[in-house]
Design a protein around this ligand. Structure first.
Ligand SMILES: Nc1ncnc2c1ncn2[C@@H]1O[C@H](COP(=O)(O)OP(=O)(O)OP(=O)(O)O)[C@@H](O)[C@H]1O
Ligand SMILES: Nc1ncnc2c1ncn2[C@@H]1O[C@H](COP(=O)(O)OP(=O)(O)OP(=O)(O)O)[C@@H](O)[C@H]1O
Ligand SMILES: [Mg+2]
Ligand SMILES: [Mg+2]
Lengths: 255, 255
């Protein structure tokens, strides 16, 4: 039965998209059926998986605003077992348009109902804000995966995100749990990275995955070829880290 | 007469805050009077300049929502000539609260009117979205400075940002210009960085500053001490780059 995991952090540039795309790819390579939902108006996850946005017929906007059946918006990707509901430019207007819609926070949850059973995991890539798109993802999710950059500014927003998750848990989705925190862009050469990782492991009070994603240029090159790291450079340090994150997540499920 | 420059890009993590703080510091060191406005609910610019958010009496939220006089919210920083209107946690609720307020897009512009004349530059640090906080900044600004990470995903959002700027120019602020694009986190060791810089210089159709900000760990360490790079490591490559960006901006003004 499909578990919905929201990949969220309102801090910008913490590797939410890089994590959703590459974790999705390695879960699919392990034989799981994965659906990736691109809820970011920039549509980075869609282009990171080689989707041509001009050729997209239905997208996440149509599903959320016009209540188009989600099956119509699901597209294959180059990765066997990994499907996507892509984002296009019109998603930029969705938050304002949803403000006055009926049950505005549960539109994604309702849309996912019919397909949850087909997939083992649904991963939702969130934009860098705590607006209605992210709230929809948290209301639909079983758990939240929080990528945290190994940088000083990244620590600041963590409290705010935890408070928002608590609010969603109280008002919209009592089952919402924290899947865990994953440290990203770790640079072994700097003290800053080590300090941030230690700080988060000691003080966050949350589960922090063993897998730490290193800063690795291959991860930032892969999207320009429209493929995940597993297809671009499967032996890179970035690939190894995301493969072990996938193992940890499957292991945690007792899968 | 104060020029208002919005530092904006809806892509997350492109160094908007790092640029606003360090450019502000070097403009102040050159003798200009600078006001920094922290419009990001994470309040990174405030903490990057050592502001203790618990001790803040009035902040940008009070100015935008309760129409508190901006003079009451202006605080000194450790940098001579650089003042700030800090952000605190309550800013996270501002976008939703502003939706139904009178003249919601012009609240910052109106608030800045009385103090524009005291400062040479007002720099507005924007959050990673195109919501009402960023729209307020664009409506109040004379020009927009766009930090662009030297990464593939960073190129995707550029078109969207330019369209939003055009919309603001047509409906809210006919004088709005583009100050220029500044390339950030350039890593000379990777082809990706060089390709992105070339791509932007050739295809963006906008002014791209000569100064390219290199990836430099000193820039990401400075905020943990609550000081700009000029006070943390003034001889680092990151410091040099922001100093020459400040020179370029002043030169452009014919200052
Ligand atoms: N481990 C890594 N090593 C090197 N580069 C990385 C790594 N992870 C992500 N990147 C790059 O850093 C940038 C930011 O990552 P990404 O876009 O995935 O973050 P995000 O949190 O999704 O950003 P946004 O807040 O805009 O949605 C991208 O250009 C990406 O290619
Ligand atoms: N040139 C640089 N070299 C190294 N690190 C940098 C550089 N510029 C910024 N950083 C670091 O990268 C991270 C992202 O930068 P910053 O927070 O300024 O971006 P932002 O665009 O303001 O992010 P957001 O979208 O969340 O507002 C920060 O941790 C910052 O310290
Ligand atoms: Mg993203
Ligand atoms: Mg910022």
């Amino acid at each position: 039965m499909g578990r919905v995991i929201a990949v969220a952090n309102q801090k910008g540039g913490t590797a939410k998209t890089t994590t959703a795309v590459n974790l999705g790819a390695y879960l699919a390579m392990a034989g799981r059926r994965i659906l990736l939902l691109d809820m970011d108006p920039q549509g980075n996850a869609s282009s990171g998986l080689g989707i041509d946005k001009r050729a997209v017929e239905s997208c996440i906007y149509d599903v959320l605003i016009d209540e188009v059946e989600i099956e119509k918006a699901i597209t294959n990707t180059k990765v066997q077992g990994l499907d996507i509901v892509p984002a296009t430019l019109n998603l930029a207007g969705a938050e304002v348009e949803m403000v006055n819609l009926m049950s505005r926070e549960h539109r994604l949850r309702r849309a996912l109902e019919p397909v949850k059973v087909i997939y083992d995991y649904c991963l939702v890539d969130c934009p860098p804000s705590l607006g209605l798109l992210t709230v929809n993802a948290l209301a639909a999710a079983d758990s939240v995966l929080v990528p945290i950059q190994c940088e000083y500014y990244a620590l600041e927003g963590l409290g705010q995100l935890m408070r928002t998750i608590e609010l969603v848990k109280r008002h919209l989705n009592a089952e919402l749990e924290i899947e865990g925190l994953v440290m990203t862009m770790f640079d072994a050469r700097t003290n800053l990275s080590q300090q941030v990782v230690q700080d988060v492991r000691r003080n966050s009070g949350q589960h922090v995955f063993e897998a730490v994603i290193p800063r690795n240029v291959r991860l930032s090159e892969a999207p320009s070829y429209g493929v995940p790291i597993s297809m671009y450079d499967d032996r890179s340090k970035g690939a190894e880290a995301y493969r072990s994150l996938a193992d940890e997540i499957m292991h945690k499920e007792g899968a």
